[in-house]
Design a protein around this ligand. Structure first.
Ligand code: ADP
Ligand code: ZN
Ligand code: MG
Length: 481
């Protein structure tokens, strides 16, 4: 068969569920808060008791509009909530309220970028629906528990066309979408807590073929890594089958992280007939032009637009910009600081190292800390003016960050002002050279780089207060004498 071996390509389409960060559920006023004791956020509506009537959450509709407008979808002025009927213990009503024939939005696209290469992934639709409850399986018990706190929480389902060509593109798509929903403030994007979930449909076909192969649906992936691994495994598995002359069975498969493989969950023969029909308890959703216009004008600058602007305005590298704009708050903070101290590079350098290190350590958003743009600007200006060294700036930063103390104050109180007097530094430099005769010889023999060692020694002796530029100058003079 060698030489005759066929080449295959993967075709992937993603169905992403984004849990909306509204205060209350989709059709009742129960709280959507995550992590409270089971079944403490329930009422007759979300428990599906007879005789109750659902009322749609206006905020959820607004959030759906935000995403639809941000992704350039066509908005349906009239859309319909439909019942999707199936039985499962986590579904109190015996049906899920979703959208079927008339979703709130159709079309649109997510633009991904991999190594500077851009690609548009078109969307089929975005629709609104409610979440189901959560089953909790305890292996020590002969039964399972069910928590209905999540039942009725609003979701958006974002369905892509099958235009994704690799696991890497799938992850880029998810990351881009995650960043957008977070920018829009409609979903926290937390995959571990299940606020962003993804089902991946994947098939393979001979390269160049225009016919789709049989697709398999993958579930149970709650991190980017899982999505990537599950897809990679599944693509290999399907190609393997085809090369053996076997058929791909259309089925739903679960990803198992322990073995990094997938296994069948249910086949097509057990596929549900959901018997969709318009929910008779809910009138159709009619959107007014004015609401759409309001949502549109209030959209924030989107990540890819911000990225372009940052690249053009601040003289930073794409790598730096990518990190700065990942979180809208970090980008906002950066720009606030630049307004106070016009040195984007210095601010970016400090934010991407020191500031991010502390934010990651604490798992905090920058605006949840005591760091202010005023204090960060002041700290870096003290460095620029030569009043303190970068070493000292890093030393005092934790207090500025944790307690919100003004850098000037800390530096004055502790006498940390940088020593720039040549007279005072000269004696220390002489001392260091006297103590390290071997290194001095090496320098004189041509190993000029060793000057860094001497500078380090002088800094050590002065507790980091010596101005490294001046020290460098004095040392060079002494050594070249
Ligand atoms: P179903 O009716 O089985 O739910 P849909 O046509 O609604 O299928 O598509 C669901 C998802 O599967 C979409 O994201 C779509 O892009 C993707 N998809 C459809 N056909 C294929 C295929 N042959 N290979 C990979 N993905 C596919
Ligand atoms: Zn409720
Ligand atoms: Mg479908």
């Amino acid at each position: 068969m060698r030489g005759n071996q066929m080449e295959f390509e993967a075709v992937i389409g993603l169905e992403v569920h984004a849990q909306l960060t509204t205060q209350t559920k989709m059709f009742c006023s129960c709280s959507t808060k995550f992590g409270n004791p089971p079944n403490t956020q329930v009422c007759p509506v979300c428990m599906g008791l007879p005789g109750v009537l659902p009322v749609i959450n206006k905020k959820a509709v607004e959030y759906a509009l935000r995403l639809a407008l941000a992704l350039g979808c066509k908005i349906n002025f009239v859309s319909v909530m439909a019942r999707k009927n199936y039985f499962y213990p986590d579904l109190p009503k015996g049906y899920q309220i979703s959208q079927y024939e008339l979703p709130i939005a159709e079309g649109g696209a997510v633009e991904i970028e991999i190594n500077g290469q851009k690609k548009k992934i078109n969307l089929v639709r975005i629709h609104m629906e409610e979440d189901a409850g959560k089953l909790i399986h305890d292996e020590k018990q002969p039964y399972s528990y069910v928590d209905f706190n999540r039942a009725g929480v609003p979701l958006l389902e974002i369905v892509s066309k099958p235009e994704i060509s690799s696991p890497e593109e799938a992850v880029a798509y998810l990351k881009t979408l995650r960043r957008i929903v977070r920018y829009l403030g409609i979903c926290d994007g937390n995959m571990e807590e299940g606020s962003l979930r993804c089902d991946a449909n994947v098939s393979v076909r001979p390269k160049g073929s225009t016919k789709f192969g049989t697709k398999v649906e993958l579930k149970n992936m709650n991190s980017f890594k899982h999505v990537e691994r599950a897809l990679s495994y599944e693509i290999k598995r399907q190609i393997g089958l085809l090369l053996e002359g076997k058929e791909i069975i259309q089925e739903t498969r679960l990803y198992d992280e322990a073995t990094q493989t997938t296994h069948p969950m249910r086949g097509k023969e057990e596929a549900h007939d959901y018997c969709y029909f318009p929910d008779p308890d809910l009138i159709e959703i009619q959107l007014e032009e004015e609401l759409i216009e309001n949502v549109k004008t209030e959209l924030p600058e989107l990540p890819h637009v911000k990225k372009q602007r940052f690249l053009q305005t601040y003289g930073l590298t794409p790598y730096e910009v990518d990190i700065l704009i990942e979180e809208k708050s970090l980008a906002d903070f950066f720009e606030e600081t630049v307004k106070l101290y016009n040195n984007p590079k210095a601010i970016s350098n400090f934010m991407l190292t020191e500031v991010l290190r502390y934010l990651n350590r604490d798992g905090k958003d920058i605006y949840e800390t005591n760091l202010t743009s005023q204090n960060l600007a002041q700290l870096l200006q003290l460095v620029e003016k030569g009043l303190i060294s970068m070493t000292i700036a890093k030393q005092v930063f934790p207090e500025v960050y944790e307690k919100g103390i003004e850098p000037k104050k800390i530096i004055e109180e502790r006498g940390l002002i940088q020593e720039s007097s040549e007279d005072k530094l000269k004696s220390v430099c002489e001392e260091v050279l006297k103590e390290n005769p071997k290194e001095v010889e090496k320098y004189k023999a041509g190993k000029k780089g060793i000057i860094g060692f001497f500078v380090g020694q002088v800094l050590k002796k002065t507790q980091g207060k010596a101005n490294p530029k001046i020290v460098n100058k004095i040392l060079t003079e002494l050594l070249e004498k």
